[in-house]
Ligand binder design. Sequence first.
Ligand SMILES: *Cc1c(COP(=O)(O)O)cnc(C)c1O
Length: 378
Amino acid sequence: MSAPPLRSARIDLAALRSNVRALAARAPGAQVMAVVKADAYGHGLVPCGRAAREGGASWLGVALLQEALLLRQSGDTGRLLAWLYGPGEPLLEAAVAADVDLNVSATWALDEVRAAASRAGRPARLHLKIDTGLSRNGAPQADWAALVAAALDAERAGDVRVVGVWTHLAYADVPDHPTVDAQLERFRAAAAVAEEAGAQLEVRHAANSAATLTRPDAAFDLVRPGIAVYGISPVPDLGGPEAYGLRPVMRLSARLALVKRIPAGSGVSYGHEYVTSTETTVGLVPLGYADGIPRHAGGRGPVLAAGEVRPVAGRVCMDQFVLDLGDAAASAGDEVVLFGPGDDGEPSAEDWAVAAGTIAYEVVTRLGPRVERTWVGA
Ligand SMILES: *Cc1c(COP(=O)(O)O)cnc(C)c1O
């Protein structure tokens, strides 16, 4: 029998399915697009995409065309939107051929998608994006009517079908922020412009996780939750996952690579930022910033080890960090848990985000390939 992995992320697909159902219940009139970009926020693109479908997501969403094509290669045949590419994107034709819906935010992109569609020999399905106030992706309002007109020309020529209009919110995590109302108002107007120009829209969509959970009026025909699918609250100041019926999907653990006694007054890890006050037992955790453990969480990142939650002792190194276990009984090979759903009193990804001065999105998406993923509950 081989030893359990030294570094392990256990992904609970039953929790993921249940999270998708909880999100769908928040948006009763809308379809759900589970966002699985960035390797499903570090949780594994293909197994999570499949579980999201089983939980009721009739759409999947990704940023990159490569991500969409990986899903297609895995056998996924449902509705799928990819939204981020640049001029000269080499995968456009393959994406059209694979029936991947594409974002268009500018006329150069429309032209390139048209050309790719004629090479692929089938019309491309487009979602036109309007920038209603994030100033990120999306056509500026001043260009909207012209982009709609050009896309409908391309539709009449048989090159594309305009199936969606969409936007993204700047302040969805502050549900009563005045920009949310203002953006939704501009979005309704932009959708009306497209429909009056003759677009036969299948879906209008604007809501990420935060808006799905807190702004039912942003649901339109389709919601696009990402982080909440993985059981992490997008609005930690308003409520944790349990407040929204969500359960964290990932549990990150490691096995101690070494345990030893060291004397009082020992400096621990680079720069000796932690110094032992008494003789004590230290445990070596074989995870470091190369695995995505934030170096900014040195001295603070919480770990359940030998029956207690203990902060990282000193700096996080590239491959490892140290825990001060006091006089607790511990041995090499013992499991320690960095974060998980909390069943055993372990911290959450949100706790690590607070310790590192970041957001839980970054904690889970940064987990590196040296952390072995195992999927349970398939
Ligand atoms: C990442 C992303 C989402 C999902 O956002 P969450 O905050 O994770 O729910 C939705 N839409 C777009 C355009 C995105 O880039």
